[in-house]
Design a binder for this molecule. Structure first.
Ligand code: BGP
Length: 471
């Protein structure tokens, strides 16, 4: 059987984010984040009224978790820093106790031979900033740059891989278009200003990082869901190109090659919605030096039709296979199911071959740019049996995606690592806890971790630095 050997030094890891695993929302002076308050104020919007208050209690059990990461054979780990732990109000007073947690966590990981890949912002905006307009307010950009600079000065001696933002497209979309995530707005103008402010924040933080001349690399983690036309009709082809420009390229083009996609620019200009950028930010975003690497978060592709009569959004948060997701913007595009596709219980298509195409397309846009697959995984409804979970479906999923990555690598795409989402079952935003993603099963009553079958399988893949085709 052919062995798929990955490049030497390939990172085999998993990913998490602060609020999804840490718990201890008020410990050691942490301030509230927008997700803490959203879950308290609108429990009805979260499946089974769950909250991240306890999550996986990682704040208390981080040493044991670092030990588990090592035991699982990973050589890398993607995580995020909680901004309101360091700056309880987002700006101003610095909380040294919150910062000490990450000091210890990073040391623990490094001691165990695990290279951290640190994201500065994974959606847990300090509430005090949200109360002043959040990402719509340019003061948030300033506060983010100051917070990032503090992180660089505190941890820049040890952290070699940094990402500025996690999925600015997804958080803009759900915070300001679908209204499913905080601040639950449905306002295109606000959405576009927020997207612009995210991009400006990224650009300024990269400048700050470079000025410090640290021995590390900086990038961004983008959710990229390729969009295909539902049919070959001219209208559907156009609708797909527009959806791709609005949802993907609006965020990826400025950081990968500089500039903005014409389909989106034309639309926003026509509607009088093109957002405001400071001149200096705009010129940075028109250059092509805003990333040392790009993080690709890939879950599924979209199929677009032009036949969009209404504006409506629905996300399957129950895991009921009969419940479809809905995404339609009147007059622009609507997403439909792939009639030949295979879907998860949460109605996300499983399409590994699209990851190969996506990696190739990033490479074509920025030849040679190092890429990390910073998220990819499958959410399942799982139960513990005899101290483990037989998640063969996850093994199949990860294997197919690794094969897709391998194929891209053999065609000169510089993929340097893979972080499966997620290290452990965690707070899956509005899906609560039923949707499980981890290599580690987390018992919700005891919070004890149990490696699933996939964890053992992946350990062998990491040890072999690859896998046998068909294995
Ligand atoms: C990404 C987020 C992650 C993670 C993952 C799975 O968009 O960056 O934080 O949660 O998706 O999504 P979900 O938990 O909503 O199923």
């Amino acid at each position: 059987m052919e062995k798929l050997s990955f490049p030497k030094g390939f990172i085999w890891g998993a990913a998490t984010s602060a609020i999804q695993i840490e718990g201890s929302p008020t410990a050691d002076g942490k301030g509230p984040s927008v997700w803490d308050s959203f879950c308290k104020e609108h429990p009805e919007r979260i499946y089974q009224r769950e909250s991240p208050e306890i999550a996986c209690d990682h704040y208390k059990g981080f040493r044991e978790d670092a030990r588990l990461v090592k035991e699982l054979g990973h050589n890398g780990y993607r995580l995020s820093i909680s901004w309101p732990r360091l700056f309880p109000e987002g700006a101003g007073t610095f909380n040294a106790k919150g910062a000490a947690f990450y000091d210890e966590l990073f040391d623990e990981l490094l001691k165990n031979g695990i290279e951290p890949n640190v994201t500065l912002y994974h959606w847990d905006l300090p509430l005090a900033l949200a109360d002043k307009g959040g990402w719509e307010n340019p003061e948030t950009i300033e506060a983010f740059v100051n917070y990032a600079e503090k992180c660089f000065s505190l941890y820049g001696d040890r952290i070699k891989l940094w990402s500025t933002l996690n999925e600015p497209a997804w958080t803009t979309l759900n915070g300001y278009v679908t209204g499913l995530h905080p601040p639950c707005k449905t306002d295109y103008r606000a959405a576009l200003q927020v997207s612009a402010n995210f991009l400006s924040a990224h650009a300024r933080v990269v400048q700050t990082f470079r000025a410090l001349k640290l021995n590390g690399k900086i990038g961004i983690a983008l959710n990229l869901s390729p969009v295909f036309p539902a049919s070959q009709s001219f209208e559907d082809v156009e609708a797909a190109a527009l959806a791709d420009a609005v949802l993907n390229k609006w965020f990826s083009q400025p950081v990968l090659t500089g500039g903005f996609p014409k389909e989106a620019t034309n639309l926003y200009n026509k509607e009088g919605l093109f957002p405001h950028f400071e001149d200096s930010d705009f010129s940075l975003l028109n250059r092509n030096d805003l990333v040392d690497f790009v993080g690709v978060n890939y879950y599924y592709p979209h199929y677009a039709t032009s036949d969009a009569k209404e504006t409506a959004f629905h996300l399957n948060i129950t895991g009921d296979k009969n419940e479809s997701c809905l995404f339609s913007i009147a007059g622009l595009f609507r997403f439909v199911k792939n009639p030949t596709g295979t879907y998860t219980e949460w109605a996300w298509e499983i399409a590994p071959e699209v990851l190969y195409q996506l990696l190739k397309s990033v490479h074509l846009q920025r030849p040679g740019l190092p890429i990390y697959v910073t998220e990819n995984g499958i959410g399942r409804d799982e139960t513990l049996e005899n101290g483990t979970v037989d998640d063969q479906e996850r093994i199949n999923f990860v294997k197919l995606h690794l094969e897709a990555i391998y194929k891209a690598i053999t065609e000169d795409v510089d993929v340097k690592g893979y972080y499966m989402w997620s290290l452990m079952d965690n707070f899956s935003w509005i899906n609560g806890f039923k949707k499980r993603y981890g290599f580690l099963f987390v018992d919700r009553k005891t919070l004890k971790r149990y490696p699933k079958k996939s964890a053992y399988w992946y350990k062998k893949v990491a040890a072999d630095n690859g896998l046998a085709a068909g294995q």
